[in-house]
Design a protein around this ligand. Sequence first.
Ligand code: PLP
Length: 410
Amino acid sequence: MTIIYVDNNATTAIAREVRQAMEPFFTEHYFNPSSMYEPAKRTARAVAAARETIARFLGAAPQEVLFTACATESNNAAIFGATRANPSRRHILTTAVEHPAVLEVCKELARSGYEVTFLSVDRAGNLDLGEFVRALRPDTLLVSIMHANNETGVVFPIERLSRIVKETDPSILFHTDATQTAGKIPIRLDRELIHVDMLSFSGHKLHAPKGIGALYVRRGTAWRPWMIGGHQEGGRRAGTENVPYIVGMAKAVELAAEHAAEEETRIRRLRDRLEEGILERVPWVEINGRGAPRLPNTLNVACHFIEGEGILYQLNEHGICASSGSACTSGSLEPSHVLRAMQVPFTAVQGSVRFSLSRYNTEEEIDRILEVFPRVVASLRRISPYWDSQTNAPRPEAEQMLVSAAPQPA
Ligand code: PLP
């Protein structure tokens, strides 16, 4: 059976060019870049060149880019590193819809005595700017807000939020988790994101392998290293450099930069076709995040009256790989914390499916999903207790429950 992979917010296929760029560093160029002999200097030069490529891609200086093992490590390092450098400030501002790699770090800090504000979002997934401004305090140490949400693709206005923070108090640090935006939409730390102090991302979301990430720390930021040991990365992240993966991530970034505009347009067109096709063919669905700015590749469909797990199971039978939320929450029956924060009605919060595309998806694959998905939804509804198969519509009491669960006008 041919596989249709539309779970690219979970991870991506490694690009052939990336694999080829990495290959020599597994074989003949295996040396430790810190060693003094000539063959090792070549690996050190490869790491330096990769750092320059990534810095250029971000609009940063090479010495502001640190290599890590993943975005989870980058987020931990950004947040814990900020607390270590600023012990007198005790308030952190974040959102309720962050990836666990930020959310759990903030909860851990809350358990150890920090005050953490978790901002919520509206039905479309947008933050309330007024609430954001009111949440800033004289003792705020750090604001950590994701660039785009991994489940819905909703993009937060980081340019505006970081400007507000610096206009309020330049000593408050601003971190953004850009794991879902790197390679999908532009990131310019020398222009729009000039007020961002720290930024995290990961190789495996942009066609590099799993196990490599980066943390940007703006020069002059009050931050202390989190991973302590050897002198690598200018003493700011200990551990022998993962040379092949660093080279691979730089190649992936280069490819993303080369084709950025054309890919963004093509992927957005495919996503929009899938979205419109689903809305035309499947009744009682809504698009989570539709009223907000969204990543071009992400589509999160809430299907009322059925379970996302059932949909995924049946899509899988047809070779279609999608997800019911973040990879970490799929597989559990807990509704996603993101969809709960967005107040997705209870009849759909368990029935949400995420399709996330990449440059490798084709029109034919979208057509195939549009053929299979409506049939899958219809077959699951036939066995749903909320659904009346005679009328092929929700039972009146289910529809009534849905109407009464909708947010009431103020
Ligand atoms: N942050 C976001 C927004 C993500 O989507 C992910 C992965 O899904 C992570 C962080 C964690 O990335 P990694 O797997 O590289 O640790």
